[in-house]
Design a protein around this ligand. Structure first.
Ligand code: SAM
Ligand code: DTB
Ligand code: SF4
Length: 338
């Protein structure tokens, strides 16, 4: 894929610029620090900003699965890849409410609804707005990830009670066209600006393990950290290598390098919820513990991500217990910064 990629910084959306801005070189210098020094620094920043040290539990539900017209090289839901994922219609509200209630009963405070769309149509957004309102009514924080949004879509979702919108930058601008050919980095930035302008909190992160170089990792973190303001939630995914996708045979990430990315996300975005996201099944307890030490304070919680697996609830409850970590208890008030 050789799409031209723009190297623009995000057009400063609505809020004041952050006090600190990060060059790719400065982020790279952090990534290159001696491991223990980096972890100590990240943990110090983490404790200063999150003295309670609780872990947010966010449950995902794929409300519209498969058949996506985009060609994101990592994604099992792209129609053009033979991954065995069958295209389905948007789920009914009752079914979504049942899943959200079950997530709440299991201890989740945030519920994220994902749809395999390039961009929802007006009538899709109308239907998702009904889902958002219903999930919000259960006392959960709401999040959605639906692809590219127009400004009026973002406003409609905000009015329905959407707290967060997930839209990942995934990698550095200069590597994006190697992974996705059907849209540009600037398309992503535009949607993020519309989400901000509508007053929805931003959930934006990326994927490690797509064949990117350390400089690309630094480039992704710099992009995120230089957003003004930076995202309230930062999901750091380790690629789930799904057979049939172009990235099925990507080299696995060195787990310690993954921990480094978490630490640098914590240091550069000190008040964000940094989520240890996809790929936890491959990490094991010890590496996950290092990720929490490095400042991760959120996980996807529930037996499934969107279409692939996640550690089961019992395993996560036990992991938190073993580490003496508390789950975040109360769904926070609307619009707060974590
Ligand atoms: N279609 C919408 C979009 O692309 O924004 C929303 C759903 S999409 C599945 C949400 C995010 O999931 C992607 O941006 C990507 O970061 C992540 N993701 C998808 N497949 C993944 C995989 N195999 N491993 C890790 N993360 C993945
Ligand atoms: C995010 O950063 N990771 C989630 C969520 N946001 C939508 C998705 C992970 C998907 C992993 C592969 C799958 O199950 O489709
Ligand atoms: Fe479609 Fe989103 Fe998957 Fe890309 S990541 S193929 S846009 S569902």
């Amino acid at each position: 894929m050789n799409h031209a990629v723009t190297l623009h910084r995000p057009a400063a959306p609505v809020a004041a610029p952050t006090a600190v801005r990060w060059s790719v070189e400065a982020v790279q210098a952090l990534l290159d620090k001696p491991f223990m020094e980096l972890l100590f620094e990240a943990q110090t920043v983490h404790r200063r900003h999150f003295p309670e040290g609780d872990i947010e539990l966010a449950t995902l539900l794929s409300v519209k699965t498969g058949g996506c017209p985009e060609n994101c090289g990592y994604c099992p839901q792209a129609a053009e890849f033979d991954t065995g994922v069958k295209a389905q219609k948007l789920m009914e509200v009752d079914e979504v409410v049942r899943a959200a209630q079950a997530a709440k009963d299991a201890g989740a405070t945030r519920f994220c609804m994902g749809a395999a769309w390039r961009a929802p149509k007006d009538r899709d957004v109308e239907k998702v707005a009904v889902l958002v309102e219903a999930v919000k009514g259960l006392g959960l924080q709401t999040c959605a990830t639906l692809g590219m949004l127009e400004p009026h879509h973002a406003e409609q979702l905000k009015n329905a009670g959407l707290d967060y919108y997930n839209h990942n930058l995934d990698t550095a601008p200069e590597y994006y066209a190697d992974v996705v050919g059907t849209r540009t980095y600037q398309d992503r930035l535009n949607t993020l600006a519309h989400v901000r302008a509508a007053g929805i909190s931003v959930c934006c992160g990326g994927i490690i393990g797509m064949g990117e170089t350390p400089v690309h990792r630094a480039g992704l973190i710099a992009q995120l950290a230089n957003m003004a303001p930076y995202p309230e939630s930062v999901p750091i995914n380790s690629l789930v290598r799904v057979p049939g996708t172009p990235l099925a045979d990507a080299d696995p990430v060195d787990p310690l390098d993954f921990v480094r990315v978490i630490a640098v996300a914590r240091i550069t975005m000190p008040t964000a919820r940094v989520r240890l996201s996809a790929g936890r099944q491959q990490l094991g307890d010890a590496v996950q513990a290092l990720c929490f030490m490095a400042g991760a304070n959120s996980i996807f919680y529930g037996d499934k991500l969107l279409v692939t697996g996640n550690p089961d609830v019992e395993a996560d409850v036990q992991l938190l217990r073993k580490l003496g970590l508390k789950a975040r208890q109360v769904a926070a008030t609307h619009g707060e910064h974590a």
